[in-house]
Design a protein around this ligand. Structure first.
Ligand code: IPM
Ligand code: MG
Length: 349
């Protein structure tokens, strides 16, 4: 029996998300014309129009009928609470239990790295960020609101299962991709309870992969070491908030947030793929947005749909464009958003 074509829910979202996703869709149609793409009108406009963020029927259709969500960016000055972004992005991560947030830090063009003397072989790291617990669970509360005695609490909620599955995902990925070093990062010198659980589970899982070197760094030291000697790292596994921060640092090491891609994954289930950058309302609609992070995100999505060779082709084509300065102005080129796509499609052949 022939397997049906993968079905992708396309959510351009807000600001430059709309522009970069349109370009990403051109690349998807070129490389994988069999994909079934369905667009969903979700984001700030929709929220302002009818109060809808992520409706239940859409949530269930995605879960039951789709293989991936291809998301642009969410965030709009007209929605200062950012409630739609929280409910669509964090809502999908939590409700679909997308426990792996996989974010490569991969330098393609040495000239784009802000570190002196570092090239592509020095900056090639895969970060596994835990995506469903930690400081993101919204467990906590406030007391005596709007009084001088106001109290606020945000709990760091961590489960043994949650820690184990993200650590295992990091080792499995390392094993499958010929990597020999996994570094776990936490803050167990200050956060004792959560830290001890991470430490214990890391030791237990690491013992199952004796051929892979397992190391540990406190997250403050990791931040320092990523700048001093990124070549030390192949795979990093860490909690939700630390992963958020470290991958923004990593985005700059690879040439900027315009090149950073990510996948929110639960193996065997629907995944959500998004460029790491935001909606950048200040440059929206001007053709200035860099679509490369979206191309690389499309690549990750295709790899997760079982077509890793297409991801390799996208990465290599982006590399060629970078080396030829065929980029948007923030990376030194003179092309508009859609001209970058034209160049990429030509490169892909
Ligand atoms: C990211 C973003 C989100 C996060 C925000 C928008 C809640 O920074 O995807 O890295 O913190 O996870
Ligand atoms: Mg972030």
């Amino acid at each position: 029996m022939q397997k049906r074509s993968p079905r992708i829910a396309v959510v351009p979202g807000d600001g430059i998300g709309v522009e970069v996703i349109a370009e990403g869709v051109r690349v998807l149609k070129h490389l994988a014309p069999d994909l079934e793409l369905e667009h969903f009108d979700l984001g700030a406009d929709r929220y302002l129009r009818d109060g809808v963020t992520l409706p239940d029927d859409v949530f269930m259709r995605w879960r039951d009928e789709f293989d991936a969500i291809f998301l642009g960016a969410l965030g709009d000055p007209r929605v200062p609470s950012n409630v739609h972004a929280k409910e669509i992005l964090l809502g999908s991560r939590f409700r679909y239990d997308l426990y792996i947030n996989q974010r490569p830090i991969r330098l393609l063009d040495a000239r784009k790295c802000p570190l002196k003397g570092k090239g592509p072989s020095d900056v090639d790291i895969m970060v596994f960020r835990e995506n469903t617990e930690g400081l993101y669970t919204a467990v906590g509360g406030v007391l005596k609101k709007d009084t001088p005695d106001e109290v606020a609490q945000e709990a760091c909620v961590v489960t043994r299962k949650g820690v184990e599955r993200i650590i295992r995902a990091a080792f499995e990925w390392a094993d499958a991709n010929g990597k020999r070093r996994v570094c776990m990062s936490d803050k167990s010198n200050a956060m004792r309870n959560v830290g001890q659980l991470w430490q214990k589970v890391f030791r237990i899982v690491a013992a199952e992969y004796p051929h892979i070197e397992a190391s540990h760094l406190y997250v403050d030291v990791l931040a320092m070491e990523l700048v001093r000697a990124p070549e030390r790292f192949e795979v990093i596994v860490t909690g939700n908030l630390f992963g958020d921060i470290i991958t923004d640092l990593g985005a700059i090491l690879q040439g900027g947030i315009g090149l950073a891609c990510s996948g929110n994954i639960h193996p065997g289930q629907l995944g959500l793929f998004e460029p790491v950058h935001g909606s950048a309302p200040d440059i929206a609609g001007q053709g200035k947005a860099n679509p490369m992070a979206t191309f690389l995100t499309a690549g990750m999505m295709l790899a997760n749909l079982g077509r890793p060779e297409l991801e390799v082709r996208i990465i290599e084509a982006v590399r060629v464009l970078l080396l030829a300065d065929q980029t948007t102005p923030e990376l030194g080129g003179t092309l508009t958003t859609s001209q970058v796509t034209d160049a990429l499609l030509e490169q892909l052949g």
